[in-house]
Write a protein that binds this ligand. Structure first.
Ligand code: GDP
Ligand code: IMO
Ligand code: MG
Length: 421
């Protein structure tokens, strides 16, 4: 019937996985369309935590098919670890998971190239998750990559060797890094033998046929709009299109099939890795947010940088993504704040603006804050109308600023801690 898109409006880790898991029961297909194991999507179900890196967050629902689209880059080792981990926990995975034959493969040497590239950048490093994402997408656009479909071809080992040799040659251009490739390669080939037995499909035919038959698809974004390769804080971005158009490229879906775009944002803001962050707090409030929000990376464990919600950034993100509805997460993290600030405007070249300048690091001299009275209470309601007045005022302010409805409010990590309006 239609495709709804769920994506992050900030720099990732907005709580996308949790909302996908909640919404999944209304859909027949959940599909990842970009990114790879740089993502870490956390689900808390019945008190048990699962972090998904490559598998879509609909996997706990028995009625639906989870599709890893062509736009995703796959590390076979991570994927098989994820599958085996879920199966050990007693979950059915294989009948609920299918993978596009056109999805690209992350080779062990892509991870080495990621490491060498970051090490060579010194102070200017991106803060990559070092999962080989950038080098893999480089091979894709450079037309050298290996795809899932290739693992079924007779000359796959030869293709692998050719690409690996190229990578080893490239590595020599960087300052030397230490590595032991052989054990990693053994694990990689072992994982490939397992992947051959999974449902490898022509996903573009599958999703379009299912759409025609009346099914609904939820497309699950990874990362966030500000990490988009074109519109994010370049070069401090990831290597894929994290915006709505990525769904068309990464699942083979025509633009007209897209219905709603649910943009997910925290009630404040975080970023992990380097790069500009206009509303960042490098003071006690930043530390309070980090502690209250347990802001440590789901993939790398790194502390996340924290700051206030940023309205110009969100106006930009909702414009580019065509967001139709908002989901505000981690509202509970603000429970103990007497005052909650929001960045409302930037000062660029001496004038106030709500537009992002080309060079965010250099351009933004000052951030103008708008203060809200905090609610100073636990939020233990499951109806929007029962929220404390101060919470509703805060949410209404966001709605007015962005001219979009807040459709979901998340008040805790658990599956049930969500208010749907
Ligand atoms: P994703 O990458 O967008 O799926 O988000 P992550 O899983 O990387 O990070 C979100 C973190 O916040 C995870 O640890 C979630 O369990 C947690 N979380 C999600 N929603 C809420 C919420 O409303 N309140 C609190 N306190 N934690 C939440
Ligand atoms: P989810 O899906 C937060 C960041 C990295 C780094 C930059 C580039 O869980 O929201 P890469 O490994 O892609 O070369 O890293 O992007 N990054 C993320 N930050 N959440 C993510 O995914 C991220 N995926 C990549 O920290 O700054
Ligand atoms: Mg994450």
């Amino acid at each position: 019937m239609a495709v709804d898109v769920l994506l992050g409006l900030q720099w990732g880790d907005e709580g996308k996985g949790k909302i996908v898991d909640f919404l999944a029961e209304k859909y027949q297909i959940v599909g990842r369309f970009q990114g790879g194991p740089n993502a870490g999507h956390t689900l808390w179900i019945d008190g048990k935590k699962t972090v998904l890196h490559t598998i879509p967050s609909g996997i706990f629902h028995e009625h639906l098919m989870n599709v890893i689209g062509n736009g995703v880059v796959i590390d076979p080792i991570t994927l098989m670890n994820e599958i085996h981990g879920l199966e050990k926990g007693g979950n059915e995975v294989r009948s609920r998971l299918s993978i596009s034959r056109k999805a690209h493969l992350i080779l062990p040497t892509h991870k080495l190239l990621d490491m060498a590239s970051e090490a060579s950048k010194g102070e200017k490093k991106i803060g990559s998750t070092l999962r080989g994402i950038g080098p893999c997408y480089m091979d894709k656009t450079g037309r050298n990559g290996l795809r899932i479909g290739d693992i079924l071809s007779a000359d796959f080992d030869e293709k692998y060797k050719t690409l690996k040799e190229k990578h080893l040659h490239l590595l020599k251009l960087y300052p030397a890094i230490e590595y032991d490739l052989q054990p990693e390669e053994e694990l990689w080939f072992e994982a490939i033998t397992h992947i051959r037995k999974l449902q490898l499909i022509d996903a573009e035919y599958f999703v379009n046929e299912r759409l025609k038959a009346g099914d609904s698809i939820l497309a699950e974004g990874a990362q966030g709009m500000m990490l988009d390769i074109d519109f994010g804080t370049y070069p401090y971005v990831t290597s894929s299109n994290t915006i709505s158009s990525g769904v068309c490229n990464g699942l083979g879906i025509p633009p007209r099939a897209i219905r709603n775009v649910l943009g997910v944002t925290k009630a404040y803001c975080t970023r992990v890795g380097s790069g500009p962050f206009p509303s960042e707090l490098e003071d006690a409030d930043g530390e309070r947010l980090r502690v209250a929000g347990n802001e440590f990376g789901s993939t790398t464990g790194r502390p996340r940088r924290c700051g206030w919600l940023d309205i110009p950034q969100l106006k930009y993100a909702t414009m580019i993504t065509g967001t139709t509805h908002l989901a505000i997460t981690k509202l509970d993290v603000l429970n103990a704040f007497e005052t909650i600030s929001v960045a409302e405007q930037y000062k660029v070249n001496g004038t106030l603006t709500d537009q992002l300048p080309f060079d965010i690091s250099e351009g933004i001299r000052e951030v103008v804050l708008h203060n809200h009275a905090g609610w100073m209470a636990d939020i233990q309601v499951n109806q929007y109308d029962k929220l404390p007045e101060a919470v509703k005022n805060f949410l209404t302010y966001i709605e007015n600023q962005l001219q979009l409805p807040v459709s979901f409010v998340s008040t805790g990590p658990g599956r049930e801690e969500l208010i749907a309006r």
